[in-house]
Design a protein around this ligand. Sequence first.
Ligand code: PLP
Length: 394
Amino acid sequence: MRSVYLDNNATTRILPEVLEAMKPYFEERFGNASSIYSRGREAHAALKKARQSVAKLLGCESTEIVFTSGGTEGDNLAILGMMSPGNRIIASAIEHSAVLNCCSYLEKLGCEVTYLPVNRDGHIDPDDVRKALRTKAKLISVMLANNETGVLQPVEEVGKLAAEAGVCFHVDAVQAAGKVPIDVRRIGCDLLTISGHKMHAQQGTGALFIKRGTILKPLFHGGHQERGLRPGTENLPGIVGFGRACELALSGLADGSMERIGTWRDRFEAGLLKEIDAIGINGTDAPRVPNTSNIYFDYIGGEALVIALDEKGVAVSAGAACSAGAREPSHVMLAMGLGPERARASLRFSFGKQNSAEDVDYVLEVLPDSVQRLRNTSPLYKRSESKDVLLNHR
Ligand code: PLP
């Protein structure tokens, strides 16, 4: 049976070039970057090179990059490092739990949180940011690309509003890095999070861009590594691989790889819309990253379809990986105005560099049958066929 991985927003397979770059740092080039002898200096130089590669991807100085263990830590360092009890934060309602759960934690510490709504395409309105800024705030946190829908948020407009109001701006760009160009100066953000394992590097790697002059409190206390902002011996092989992944991400944005992925995604969506009734694309009218497709299949439980597709060798997800298994419908879908049933009937397909046009053909071949089989067991679907059920899921 063919094996097709369409869950690249959950995690990505490491690229051979990344693994190749990492290998010597597990073997002959192992070392602690803080050691003053040559092995340590070599390790230090490798970190420096990786830092430059990350900075190049984001359009900043390498001194503005702090290595972290991934997106969750980057978001926590940005938000908890900036906020103090009594401060106010403005965040979109569709942020990843790495941001939303920081906000809930801050509420318990006596901070105020204002959540920005989204429209039916999962897009925030900069006017809502403008309104929210009428009251004093310390920080705005808006993601660049949503992990479930791939919808791109108007971060440059938010950046301008934040700068005018003198409010610090954090962007969670975990799902955008490598998929769309990122330029922190254009965005006008002070803080921006990325994660290695979403862009073909090792799990447990990542970086936070911290604009020069921005003061953060560290989450950990220890040595002087990462200017004391992220103490602890650096994950040398992981960081080297992450640096290489950033170089490859940059070349992938220039060599048409992402356009190719976008073509597969569009062909996939058009094929499904043609073959299957009572489905729709969540976020279809908003700008999206090229690799993500979020589709509702009415009359089906999303998790049942995930299992049915798994039996055909296809890996996809219902909701975010971190909330998979949670019975609650996705907060992103609910914020977009989907009813709980349609939210539960929504699946995320996320393509990646290691997919092929044949993968798309295969999924287009097996998916309609899996959907039909599940619908055949749904009394509601049978009634809808006899036209006595009005579809009103929104
Ligand atoms: N932010 C977004 C938008 C994500 O999609 C994820 C992971 O799914 C994270 C943050 C957390 O990243 P990590 O898994 O590297 O901790």
